[in-house]
Design a protein around this ligand. Structure first.
Ligand SMILES: Nc1nc2c(ncn2[C@@H]2O[C@H](COP(=O)(O)OP(=O)(O)O)[C@@H](O)[C@H]2O)c(=O)[nH]1
Ligand SMILES: [Mg+2]
Length: 205
């Protein structure tokens, strides 16, 4: 993927604040601090398009970005961080479900999980939501540089067992070394291609 431009579009909480659904859209979700902002910045070759933070859990807005004036990338607020105030936590579910259930241009959600951590109820619940709303998930395991090669593949297998998928379906990623950047773009491109193809064929995406 050659990145010619990457720009912030808008922040939203409610549906009427979303930009028009005129471009193919891919959203990014995961626990706070999983490396979501860093991953999006790596994908688009920008240092600070999306703000990274060492005080997680503050972003409770849905942020929209365009790449090359077409594809829309969406940074969903992170979940499951203990320091987030209760009021913020309460709003998170409806905000995310509102987005997943009503966004016709949404083609896939990239689900980020820390490679060092076995997925918990939060991740499993989120995967159930995606299944329920019929949104394809692209699972990515972040911060791979923190483990040795041997431990990377051991951990990937352990996570794959919990998720009941083949290990190869889980993309290893590192914002530090850029491992997995091309592989992830390929998966995103595949989803866009499939969606366009089924649209041409007159089938629902
Ligand atoms: N070593 C390493 N650190 C990372 C990686 N990705 C993110 N981080 C660090 O993890 C912290 C949280 O990253 P951020 O992208 O803000 O996470 P977010 O809360 O999910 O958006 C920051 O201190 C990042 O520098 C990675 O691939 N490798
Ligand atoms: Mg972030």
């Amino acid at each position: 993927m050659i990145i010619k431009s990457a720009e912030f579009v808008t922040s939203a909480v409610k549906r009427d604040q979303y930009p028009p659904p005129q471009f193919p859209e891919v959203a990014f979700a995961g626990r706070s601090n999983v490396g979501k902002s860093s991953l999006i910045n790596t994908l688009v070759n920008r240092k600070r398009l999306v703000k990274t933070s060492s005080t997680p859990g503050r972003t409770q807005l849905i942020n929209f970005f365009t790449v090359n004036g077409g594809l829309m990338l969406v940074d969903l607020p992170g979940y499951g961080y203990a320091k987030v105030p209760a009021a913020v936590k309460k709003n998170w579910g409806p905000m995310i479900e509102g987005y997943l259930s009503g966004r016709e241009s949404l083609l896939a959600v990239v689900l980020l999980m820390d490679l060092r951590r076995i997925p918990q109820a939060e991740e499993l619940t989120f995967i159930q939501w995606l299944t329920h709303y019929d949104v394809p998930a692209v699972p990515v395991l972040t911060k791979a540089d923190k483990l040795s090669k041997t431990n990377q593949s051991k951990q990937r297998s352990a996570i794959a067992r919990v998720l009941n998928v083949a290990p190869e379906t889980l993309t290893l990623f590192s914002a530090k070394t850029r491992l997995g950047r091309e592989a992830l773009w390929e998966k995103i491109d595949d989803r866009i291609g499939e969606a366009i193809h089924s649209h041409v064929d007159g089938e629902p995406t």
